[in-house]
Design a protein around this ligand. Structure first.
Ligand SMILES: *Cc1c(COP(=O)(O)O)cnc(C)c1O
Length: 470
C-alpha cells in the first residue's frame, strides 16, 4: 500500500485530536515576540486596530481564527505542483486529501460540477480563464472600470487590457447595467469572452440575460462574483454557476476565507473545449496549472476548505441575511439624510454614494472618517472627472457590520456617526481638510465603544485577551 492510499484509507475517527497545531501556534507566537519584537509589535498593533475600528470597506471581511490557523499551518511547507493523485513531487498524500475536501466543499456549496481551488487570488483566477481561452488580441467585453468593473475585466491599466482587446460596457441613466448596450457591443465586436460581475455595483446582476447575449454572439460567459460570493452561497443573490461557462471569485471578501481565488463551473463543465482539446473543465484544470501558476499554496487551500465549510452553516446564512439587511438600512438612512445614493439603494452588501453637492471629494471623506475609526473607501462615480486617487464618491460595505452582528438599529447609529463626520469636515482642497477636534474625539469614542460592545467573533475582545493573543 502506498503512503497516499494509506492516508486516504485512514477513517476520520482514527485520526486522534492532536494538540500539535495548537502547541505550534503558541510556541510560534512566543518565538516571534522574542526573536523579532519589532514585527511582533506591528502585528499586535494591527490586531488592536482591527478590533477597534469599524471596517466598512466593501471588499473586506474577517476570517474566523480557524481559517487563519489553516492558512498558517505547517502544511505550507509542502511543495505540490499538479493535482491530487497526479503531483510532480513526493509527499503530497495529506495535501491531496485536503485539496479534494476543498473541491468537494466548493462544488457542494455552490452547486457546481467543477471547482479549482488553486488560484492564488481572484485576479489569478480570471487570468487563468483568459489565458486558457484567448489568444493575444482576442476581444474581452467587460464592465468599464469607471462604471464599477474590476481591473481584470479589460482595464488598460491591467495586463487584461493590453494583451487582449478590451471593449467596455457601462451603465444607463439610472446607474443600472445597460443590457441593450451590452448586446449591441457584443454584436458589433464579437468578443470571445463577456465578463459579468463588478467591484462597485449595488444591484442584482442578471446572469441569465448575460448568457443569452453570450450565446447570441458565440462568446463564453465569465461571471466574476468576487464581491457577492457569500450572498450567492447563502442563496441571497441568484447563482451564476449554471448560467456562466465559468464563475470566479476571491475567497477573502464575502466568503470570510484566506487570500485566494476559486474557479467554478456548472452545466458547461463537460462541454467540448475549443479546438477539440477535451472538455472545458479539463481546459480549466490545465489553465491553472501549468499554464497560469506553479505550485499551489497548501495553507490557503486548507483555509479555503475551512471557509467553505463555514459558509455552508446556518450561522453563515444568518451573517449573509444581516449583510443585506444592514446594507439596506444604511442606504435608506443615508438617503433620508439627503445623500445621493447611487441607484437609489442596494440589493447586496454595498452602498455607493455620490458626494457631489457635499463639497467633499472621496479622498477627503475617506480620510476624515478614518481619523474617527470608520474605514470606507473612495470610489469613482459614473462620469467621474476627478483622478483615481481623489474620486467623487464613497463605497461602503456591510460585511464588517454584519460580522459584528449589527442589526439595522446599530446600523442607524453608524449612519448618524458617518453623517456627523461628513457634516463637520471642512475641505481645504481636493485632498486636504479640517475636522474639529471635538467631533473627532466624540465620534472616535463612540466607534471604540461600539466595537467593544460588538466584538469580532472569535477575536480577542479586550486588552487583557489581546495581550495573551499576540
Ligand atoms: C477583488 C476583485 C477581484 C480580484 O481579486 P484579488 O483576489 O484581489 O486578486 C476580481 N474581480 C472582482 C470583481 C473583484 O472585486
Amino acid at each position: 500500500m502506498t503512503i497516499r492510499s494509506a492516508v486516504h484509507a485512514l477513517p476520520d475517527t482514527l485520526m486522534p485530536p492532536d494538540p500539535g497545531p495548537a502547541r505550534m501556534a503558541t510556541a510560534a507566537a512566543a518565538e516571534l515576540a522574542a526573536a523579532d519584537p519589532q514585527l511582533y509589535r506591528l502585528l499586535a498593533a494591527d490586531l488592536r486596530a482591527q478590533n477597534g475600528t469599524l471596517a466598512l470597506v466593501a471588499s473586506t471581511s474577517v476570517a474566523p481564527p480557524s481559517v487563519l490557523a489553516c492558512a498558517g499551518a505547517a502544511l505550507s511547507n509542502i511543495t505540490a505542483e499538479g493535482y491530487p493523485g497526479a503531483r510532480f513531487h513526493a509527499g503530497c498524500g495529506v495535501l491531496d486529501r485536503i485539496e479534494e475536501l476543498a473541491v468537494e466543499r466548493a462544488t457542494a456549496l455552490f452547486g457546481a460540477r467543477y471547482a479549482n481551488v488553486q488560484p492564488h487570488s481572484g485576479s489569478a483566477a480570471n487570468l487563468c480563464v483568459y489565458f486558457g481561452l484567448l489568444q493575444p488580441g482576442d476581444t474581452i467585453l467587460g464592465m468599464d472600470l469607471d462604471a464599477g468593473g474590476h481591473l481584470t475585466h479589460g482595464s488598460r491599466a491591467s495586463v487584461t487590457g493590453r494583451y487582449f482587446r478590451p471593449v467596455a460596457y457601462g451603465l444607463d441613466a439610472d446607474g443600472l447595467i445597460d443590457h441593450a448596450e451590452v448586446a449591441a457591443l457584443a454584436r458589433e465586436h464579437r468578443p470571445r469572452i463577456i465578463v459579468a460581475g463588478a467591484s462597485a455595483y449595488p444591484r442584482t446582476v442578471d446572469f441569465g440575460r448575460f448568457r443569452e447575449i453570450a450565446d447570441e454572439v458565440g462568446a463564453y460567459l465569465l461571471a466574476d462574483i468576487s464581491h457577492i460570493a457569500g450572498l450567492v452561497a447563502a442563496g441571497l443573490h441568484p447563482s451564476p454557476v449554471d448560467h456562466a461557462h465559468f464563475t470566479t471569485t476571491s475567497t477573502y471578501k464575502q466568503l470570510c476565507g484566506p487570500r485566494g481565488g476559486l474557479i467554478l463551473m456548472g452545466r458547461d463543465a463537460d462541454a467540448p473545449a475549443p479546438g477539440g482539446r477535451g472538455t472545458l473543465s479539463g481546459l480549466m484544470q490545465r489553465s491553472v496549472f501549468p499554464l497560469g501558476q506553479g505550485t499551489p499554496n497548501p495553507g490557503a487551500i486548507a483555509a479555503k476548505a475551512r471557509a467553505l465549510q463555514f459558509a455552508a452553516t446556518a450561522e453563515f446564512r444568518g451573517f449573509a441575511g444581516r449583510v443585506v439587511a444592514d446594507a439596506a438600512a444604511m442606504a435608506g438612512g443615508l438617503a433620508d439624510l439627503g445623500y445621493r445614493v447611487l441607484t437609489g439603494g442596494t440589493d447586496n452588501h454595498m452602498v455607493l454614494l455620490d458626494l457631489e453637492g457635499t463639497g467633499l471629494t472621496g479622498t477627503v471623506a475617506e480620510q476624515a472618517l478614518e481619523s474617527c475609526g470608520i474605514l470606507v473607501n473612495k470610489n469613482r462615480v459614473p462620469g467621474d472627472t476627478r483622478p483615481p486617487m481623489v474620486c467623487s464618491g464613497l463605497r461602503i460595505g456591510a460585511n464588517g457590520m454584519a460580522l459584528r452582528r449589527f442589526t439595522p438599529a446599530e446600523v442607524g447609529y453608524c449612519t448618524e456617526l458617518l453623517d456627523t463626520v461628513l457634516g463637520a469636515v471642512r475641505p481645504l482642497s481636493d485632498t486636504e481638510y479640517e475636522l474639529p477636534e471635538g467631533v473627532r474625539r466624540r465620534v472616535g469614542a463612540a466607534v471604540a465603544e461600539l466595537c467593544a460592545d460588538y466584538p469580532l467573533p472569535g477575536y480577542p475582545a479586550d486588552e487583557a485577551e489581546l495581550a495573551e493573543a499576540v
